[in-house]
Design a protein around this ligand. Structure first.
Ligand SMILES: Nc1ncnc2c1ncn2[C@@H]1O[C@H](COP(=O)(O)OP(=O)(O)O)[C@@H](O)[C@H]1O
Ligand SMILES: [Mg+2]
Length: 369
């Protein structure tokens, strides 16, 4: 078992800060997904841990041991890439056995381990083929086999499913989750696909511009996004983020957004000072109910996706999505009434973008007056 620690790890490429003081602990046996948009530094994190890229500063520890001075081969890590990087001239069996051959493991032992893995990955009938004779999904399994054959203590995956079609991707996702459960190995899995990140992870590390934005369970990330970036990045359709103002009076808080006024009552904000706070309000589509309610909106778009329909509502300059079960008779241009689940609204400081918590609002920066 292996715990992985990044301790203030930084990496620049000329004037690009690829990773900015990353501090992250991955507990032994966890499956952590690194989630963020393209170019935010995810691959750089994996490559540094694998020893393929040198950090400028900071330490990386595996089971308490600083791996900075170790070669990639000495780190007991296996990496699976998006481009499976199989050797085209070798058979499947030779590809899988390659890491063992490189380490001088004898032929009989190599054969034994390759056969066992081929059973696990259900590729036994393919062992004599070459990569060009395999489908994308089969190539992916071979790449997995090659990573697993040495039984490393840490697995790194860099968007390994991106080249597969949607159906196969969903299937392989399930297999990887199962594999993680059976092997119990520490895994660090990079993806820009939030569905992948949410379904596979024990914990998600959300990144943007080389900086860690939030580290938490999928539920944490979804229910309590730490800032505006995470709020907008995780969730489909995205959380609506609308500029507004919280007005605190003696015994209640009133939210003004895009021409709407919402009386929030006083339960949610304790210790709030009297005054106004500029905020960004976050509203998830499932927290908007359509058909009845205190607000009116024009329907801007209707997107049926089978089991549900996504409505885009336009009101007072603001746009938000609503999620309706089943199909909807609503038509573009119609006016509908709607309500918000007030206790599920999210608030972010308009300047910093940081989440404003329900409790101790006054304690945040002292910005409210
Ligand atoms: N070898 C390199 N030389 C110069 N810039 C690089 C190199 N590798 C990555 N970068 C830059 O570092 C940033 C992070 O890249 P990367 O880790 O590949 O992001 P991601 O995997 O999240 O898409 C990007 O701005 C990228 O252009
Ligand atoms: Mg990448």
């Amino acid at each position: 078992m292996a715990e992985v620690v990044f301790d203030r790890v930084s990496k620049r490429y000329d004037d690009v800060v690829a990773i900015d003081a990353l501090t992250l602990t991955i507990a032994s046996g966890e499956m952590v997904t690194l989630l963020g948009p393209s170019g935010c530094g995810k691959s750089t994190v994996l490559r540094m841990l694998a020893g393929l890229t040198m950090p400028d500063s900071g330490r990386m520890l595996i089971n308490g041991r600083d791996v900075g001075g170790l070669t990639p081969g000495e780190r007991d890590i296996a990496m699976v890439f998006q481009s499976y990087a199989l050797y085209p001239h070798m058979t499947v069996a030779q590809n899988i056995a390659y890491p063992l051959r490189k380490r001088g493991v004898g032929r009989a032992e190599r054969l034994r381990r390759v056969r066992a893995l081929a059973e696990t990955l259900q590729i036994a009938p393919l062992l004599d083929r070459r990569p060009a004779q395999l489908s994308g999904g089969q190539q992916q399994r071979v790449a997995l086999g090659r990573a697993m054959v040495r039984d490393p203590s840490v697995f790194l995956f860099d968007e390994p499913l991106s080249n597969l079609d949607a159906k196969l991707r969903a299937h392989m996702r399930g297999e990887l989750i199962d594999l993680h459960r059976r092997l119990g190995r520490t895994m660090l899995y990079v993806t820009h696909d939030q569905l992948e990140a949410m379904t596979m992870a024990t914990r998600i590390a959300v990144m943007a511009d080389g900086a860690l934005q939030q580290y938490g369970t999928p539920a944490d990330i979804y229910e309590r996004p730490a800032n505006r970036f995470v709020a907008g990045f995780v969730g489909t359709p995205a959380m609506a983020l609308i500029d507004g103002a919280l007005l605190f009076q003696e015994n209640r808080a009133i939210l003004g957004i895009g021409g709407l006024t919402v009386d929030l009552g006083i339960r949610r904000f304790r210790d709030r000072p009297v005054g106004t706070w500029q905020v960004t309000v976050g509203i998830r589509p499932e927290d908007v109910t359509v058909g009845d309610g205190p607000f009116a909106a024009r329907i801007g778009a209707v997107e049926p996706i089978g089991h549900e329909t996504i409505l885009t509502l336009e009101t007072g300059g603001a746009r938000l999505c609503a999620r309706i079960a089943g199909s909807s008779l609503a038509a573009v241009g119609e006016t509908v009434r709607f309500a918000l689940r007030q206790h599920r609204l999210h608030f972010f400081d308009a300047d910093s973008g940081r989440r404003i918590d329900e409790i101790g609002l006054a304690a945040v920066d002292g910005k409210a007056m």
